[in-house]
Design a protein around this ligand. Sequence first.
Ligand code: FMN
Length: 204
Amino acid sequence: MTQRIVSVLFLISSLWLVSCTPTVNHSKRMDSNKTVHTILNRKSVRSYAKKLVEKEKVDTLLRAAMSAPTAVNKQPWAFVVIDNPQILEKLSTSLPYAKMAASAPMAIVVCGDLNKTLRGQDDPYWPLDCSAASENLLLAAESMGLGAVWTAVYPEKDRTEIVSEILSLPEYIVSFNLIPVGYPKHPEEPKDKFKEENIHYNQW
Ligand SMILES: Cc1cc2nc3c(=O)[nH]c(=O)nc-3n(C[C@H](O)[C@H](O)[C@H](O)COP(=O)(O)O)c2cc1C
């Protein structure tokens, strides 16, 4: 009888101890959340396996991009999907930091549509809206086992002109970036960029 009481007391005290243990490694705990896991694991991928990206996955990338928030819900964007190897090659040789596009099975050019902006042709919000769409696209790629990288076009005028020429864009469409997408050639690790010093509470 005494032995049973001792065992029960031991069990109760163990449970109490476990419940009082402080939460350690918060980021690891949050990483068990699928969305946070995807965000923390996103990385720029610049080399790709020789494998095509399935049509359903391309559709999901575009759907994810268009789910982004936009100022006054204007959705001032357009997306050009490129899977023609000659066009990929042309973009890769014409843009200074997009060499990897030539070896990608596809790429998406995120564009701003100046006819759909909040404040006309000089609208300052459309690049912010396109940024949100681009990040959504990159995260969707990561979540589906794809690798992608944002390569800069806008705001470099010479680059937007090059892309307009290659893709025959109408004058109200401005290319924002070129995102090559493919299956990663080899596994890659995300960079850890968390810095306590960047955070301020209530005041600087
Ligand atoms: C506005 C912007 C422009 C970028 N331009 C290029 C580019 O032209 N070529 C490239 O290879 N990567 C480019 N990147 C990707 C960055 O180099 C990359 O995000 C950064 O090195 C951090 O690495 P990570 O994406 O793996 O976290 C760009 C990213 C952003 C947000």
